[in-house]
Design a protein around this ligand. Structure first.
Ligand SMILES: Nc1ncnc2c1ncn2[C@@H]1O[C@H](COP(=O)(O)OP(=O)(O)OP(=O)(O)O)[C@@H](O)[C@H]1O
Length: 309
């Protein structure tokens, strides 16, 4: 049994138009995605903007209704849980937000910001709460003296740590991290990623890491799913995806990873050009007439690819 298991998940949003706001169509944001996330591991969901990554994250968090399919958490079908039944899971499954600038209320002090989620679950005295938050601040590499500061007094990376502390207060087991570093300066991104890796072991966390950039998830993820237009085009271990990419879309994403070594820039240009040309030439074999990838096929016990049929 997987820790988290998605089976043929579909999330379609209604398109409404006209004076009466009638439903005139659907956006098929997620259109049949199956994947398994193992406990203690990181699953990277990667694809360009609009391919449906966040809709999957939101569905696991219970913020989106499934049009069809199922999501199981340790064998329990999340769709069957409603109201108070879902309550314990609201602690276990948490989210780290993309933008540490707008996700923290600027008018609240760090103490309230971090203690707030916990207040829904535990009644602590003011002093006990303060002690818990101070300990957490130290665990995320901030200072207990920061309790009474406001978000604007921190850098972007520190704010992301505050957001992470807020989520860790609930002792979650599974975290959906939706583009957690894309709003940060490149120089700070690696620090936050290393920090997320360090707390993963310390707090026994499992991550779903959502990103548009295969470069960012490279050192984070054990398994990766590449999404295009609401479906997976390729899925496998990190080694399967980075060392042996088979789908033309995955190959293009890999070629697009910026190379930090200036001496290899020319070589990278050539690789990028070749990937773009192969994409053009083979597009019609890899996608159907509706721009949809074909069904995934296993090419090894761990590696699945939407190969031409
Ligand atoms: N509440 C909604 N109502 C209607 N359409 C929606 C809604 N939320 C998302 N969509 C559409 O569903 C598609 C997938 O969106 P989603 O946010 O899941 O993709 P994404 O890959 O996470 O993109 P991004 O990185 O830009 O957030 C997009 O076309 C988006 O416009």
């Amino acid at each position: 049994m997987s820790f988290i298991q998605l089976n043929e998940v579909k999330v379609h949003y209604p398109i409404r138009s006209g004076m009466l706001r009638r439903v005139t169509g659907q956006v098929k944001a997620v259109d049949g995605v199956s994947l398994a996330i193992e406990e203690g591991k990181t699953y990277g969901l990667v694809g360009e903007s609009g391919c449906g990554k966040s809709s999957i994250g939101r569905a696991i968090l219970g913020l989106n209704r499934l049009t069809s399919g199922s999501i199981h958490y340790e064998g329990t079908n999340l769709a069957r849980l409603t109201g108070t039944n879902r309550h314990p899971l609201r602690r276990d499954i948490q989210m780290i937000f993309q933008d540490p600038y707008s996700s923290l209320n600027p008018k609240k002090r760090v103490l309230s910001l971090i203690a707030e989620p916990l207040r829904n679950f535990e009644k602590l005295t003011k002093q006990a709460e303060q002690e818990r938050v101070a300990t957490m601040l130290e665990q995320v590499g901030l200072n207990a003296d920061d309790l009474y500061k406001y978000p604007h007094e921190f850098s972007g990376g520190q704010r992301q740590r505050i957001g992470i502390a807020r989520c860790l207060m609930l002792n979650p087991r599974f975290i959906v991290a939706d583009e957690p570093v894309s709003a940060l300066d490149v120089s700070v991104q690696a620090q936050v990623l290393n920090f997320m890796k360090a707390i993963q072991t310390r707090f026994a966390l499992t991550y779903l890491f959502i990103s548009h950039d295969l470069g960012i998830v490279r050192h984070m993820c054990d398994h990766i799913g590449i999404m295009y237009n609401g479906r997976l085009v390729e899925a496998g271990t990190a080694a399967d995806i980075y060392r042996n990419p088979q789908h033309i879309y995955t190959q293009r994403l890999i070629a697009a990873i910026p190379n930090s070594n200036p001496r290899q820039r020319h070589q990278q240009q050539i690789v990028r050009q070749a990937a773009a040309e192969r994409y053009q030439a083979e597009y019609q074999h890899f996608f159907d007439a509706n721009d949809q990838p074909h069904a995934l096929q296993a090419i090894s016990p761990t590696h699945f690819v939407a190969l031409p049929q």
